[in-house]
Write a protein that binds this ligand. Sequence first.
Ligand code: GDP
Ligand code: IMO
Ligand code: MG
Length: 421
Amino acid sequence: MVDVILGMQWGDEGKGKIVDYFAPRYDIIARFQGGPNAGHTLYVNDKKIVLHQIPSGIFHESTINLIGNGVVLDPVTLKRECESVAGFGVDYRKNLYISQRAHLILPTHRALDKASEMSKGVEKIGSTLKGIGPAYMDKTGRNGLRVGDLLDKSFTTEYIKLRLKHQQLLDGFHFKEDMSAWEEEFFEALEFMRQFKIVNGEYFINDKIQQGKKVLAEGAQGSMLDVDFGTFPFVTSSNTISAGVCTGLGIAPQKIRDVIGVTKAYCTRVGGGPFPTELSDATGEELRKTGNEFGATTGRPRRCGWIDLVALKFACMINGVTQLVMTKADVLDAFAELKVCTSYKIDGQATDEVPFQMTRVKIDPVLKSFPGWQSDITGLKNYGGLPEQMKNYIHFINGYLKVNVSYISNGPARDQLIENL
Ligand code: GDP
Ligand code: IMO
Ligand code: MG
């Protein structure tokens, strides 16, 4: 049996905290896509940690963590992360497994990401510059190197061949940067990686499922950043939606039970691209300040706006969402008025569908207003005790989406989660 937790918006919905909360109910936590572009924040014994590639179940001693074949893996970041979780007393060698089919991010992938973004000028995607796009391009272009290749004696020869190809591309971009330090670090990290449990991820996970073990698939990014269904081209390069679980882990669709979508009580986006409910005014600034909306991976300020039910309904549809988790509800505590977007107006025409092309059209969000609750909810433990205004807000969202908000997160700590099942 496999359940999925994934992002419903443009990433940073609080997936890391939610996966960490649910982890004790599962035997295996598995990442199925993305790479070090992700930044999943967890609080362990009141100390903050941001995970980029290691699944968010790593702090639970009896939980197996698998990096699936759909992930693109940067050995350098992985080594750093392992060292940082070891500081929390985690024996990562015991519980961390890596699929041999996961593709490697090379130093030249990172350089290509940078060169490509620089060449786009003002139209840049706003990539995290972690080499994600170029690594996935080499996967679909059938050039990439995989984790399992590390164990083959031809690895260095294949690496040099690929680096040469990349160098030609970099020359085309007139990109000049000394990469020798990156490369040195990379080779050191490869040595470190060779000592890991490198497995046939698809057999590993299917065997466990057969034995009755419970798997939680942890998504990275968000549904609106999906390469097929997001706000293309301002997206990431992987399938972030539930379908990605099948290809990113090697499991069949009928094995998936619950799809748990995580959404903020409002909305954020980091990087370029369309964001219909964005607030470029004092209210947006207040959301950013109160929600501490600065990127966990890049530190960039996140763009903020009201919750977008059109995009959320779309995300519920393409993911087959069965339950919703609403995070950062406490960030709205002080607001006297809240708004939700119920449709888009494009050229004077209202629609409740996400259009094919969001970059070339001007979208005016149609907003419905709600009174705020203006009280501190961070210490509350049960749904019954929530302010009536908040219950009304959630009730409207449930009705619109036809999927219920089953959990409300009211603070960053592990135990700040209210069930409403
Ligand atoms: P992820 O990428 O989806 O895991 O999310 P990030 O870690 O990038 O960003 C979420 C941020 O919100 C982190 O700083 C979390 O500690 C924080 N957070 C998560 N849930 C809550 C919540 O309910 N309330 C508040 N105030 N912060 C939260
Ligand atoms: P988590 O898992 C928020 C955004 C980048 C950029 C676009 C493409 O923490 O939610 P990429 O580096 O993938 O080529 O960047 O996607 N992006 C994220 N935004 N959260 C993330 O991950 C993101 N991963 C990528 O800002 O706009
Ligand atoms: Mg994040």
